[in-house]
Design a binder for this molecule. Structure first.
Ligand code: NCD
Length: 352
């Protein structure tokens, strides 16, 4: 695994290097690929795992967002690309997914690459008792990059430690979901032209939701105001709040949705993570505790946007969809561009 900064050639790079690509242009320029830097800023992405945004600097995050923009025409199908032709992505999804798995696949395929993998543990050898490390040992020889989702915290890190190929964390239990966070940041930046100075409210299951854990940490890189809005049972764990504050983020906790709706630029709504409750009666007590409706948005700023990583259950009423505030479907589209950027960067291929 690589840290940030200039690239040092590691085993992972040798085994996972695009040098093995049959593309003569890629093969010819080993040096260029190995020393791949972005705009001379000394950032290195080739062969890198994407497990946790804590492993990335603000400059690196901004670089990924910038590279993402370049992929808009390809993601929307206006332009065609063979950038990742000959590369294989392996999706290992031990937990359900629609957007993350399909957008990784779509990103890879629209760039000319191929995709293999499984969509549930029920159809993999995990069902027969195979360990994650054995699965990774085998799968790394079938592909150039691995995308992994698991209900186990730390699974992606373990896989990255085992794998000579880059591993991208597509969600590990309630912990992290870095590419979701990148697409969330991309959506905000696209909307407001910047992230600095935004007033952002995270609403819902802040205890078990990995998207909000990932996003709140990433927001420590930017001078923003953050409100954490949840029923008392679903508060963000106090140690996580302390971590955010130690990283300099101004955090306000409340359960008054109407208060934040008037002041925020981004209302980031999340689903109650039913599957992560150790006790189903605990879930029953909070089920349906909040739902954002169009009427509730009447006092909001004109430019305020409602985001949601999706899937939604009942926390955003359908009457919000036609309002000028709804951005969750556009947000899901941004998943393609951001994942195109991440794949091309870790595989050492850049447009143009
Ligand atoms: C999220 C997840 O899996 O954490 N979904 C997604 O990737 N867009 C959010 C959720 O399941 O609630």
């Amino acid at each position: 695994m690589l840290g940030s900064g200039f690239l040092i050639l590691t085993e992972k790079d040798q085994a996972g290097s695009p040098v093995r690509d049959a593309d003569p242009a890629a093969s010819a320029n080993l040096f260029m690929l190995i020393t791949f830097t972005i705009d001379g800023a000394g950032m290195e992405f080739v062969g890198r795992d994407v497990i946790d945004l804590k492993d990335f600097t603000r400059d690196e995050v901004e670089c990924i967002l910038k590279v993402s923009e370049e992929f808009e025409p390809i993601a929307s199908g206006k332009e065609r690309s063979r950038l990742l032709e000959g590369y294989v992505l392996c999706n290992l999804f031990f937990e359900p997914s629609t957007r993350t798995r399909l957008s990784f696949s779509s990103a890879m395929m629209r760039l000319g690459g191929s995709v293999t993998g499984f969509a549930s543990s029920a159809t993999s050898s995990a069902k027969k008792g195979e360990t994650l490390s054995d699965t990774i040992r085998v799968v790394e020889s079938y592909c150039d990059v691995i995308v992994l989702r698991s209900n186990k915290e730390g699974a992606a890190r373990l896989a990255a430690d085992m794998s000579s190929k880059p591993v991208i964390n597509a969600g590990d239990g309630a912990r992290q979901h870095p590419t979701q966070t990148l697409l969330d940041l991309y959506t905000m930046k696209k909307e407001f032209g910047k992230i600095d100075g935004l007033n952002i409210a995270l609403i819902g299951d802040l205890k078990y939701g990995r998207t909000v854990h990932s996003l709140s940490y990433a927001l420590t890189m930017f001078p923003v105001e953050l409100s954490l809005v949840s029923p008392p049972q679903l508060r963000m764990p106090p140690e996580e709040i302390s971590d955010l504050e130690e990283h300099g983020l101004k955090v306000k906790e409340t359960w008054d949705i109407s208060d934040v709706i008037k002041t925020c630029d981004v209302l980031y709504v999340t689903r109650i993570q039913k599957e992560r409750f150790p006790d189903p009666t605990e879930y029953e007590r909070v089920r349906g505790a909040y739902s954002i409706t169009a009427a509730m948005l009447e006092g909001a700023k004109k430019e305020m946007i409602v985001m949601h990583p999706l899937p939604r259950v009942d926390e955003i009423a359908p009457d919000v969809d036609p309002t000028s505030h709804a951005r969750y479907f556009q947000q899901a589209f941004s998943g393609i561009v951001v994942r195109m950027a991440v794949l091309s960067l870790v595989l050492g291929k850049r447009r143009g």
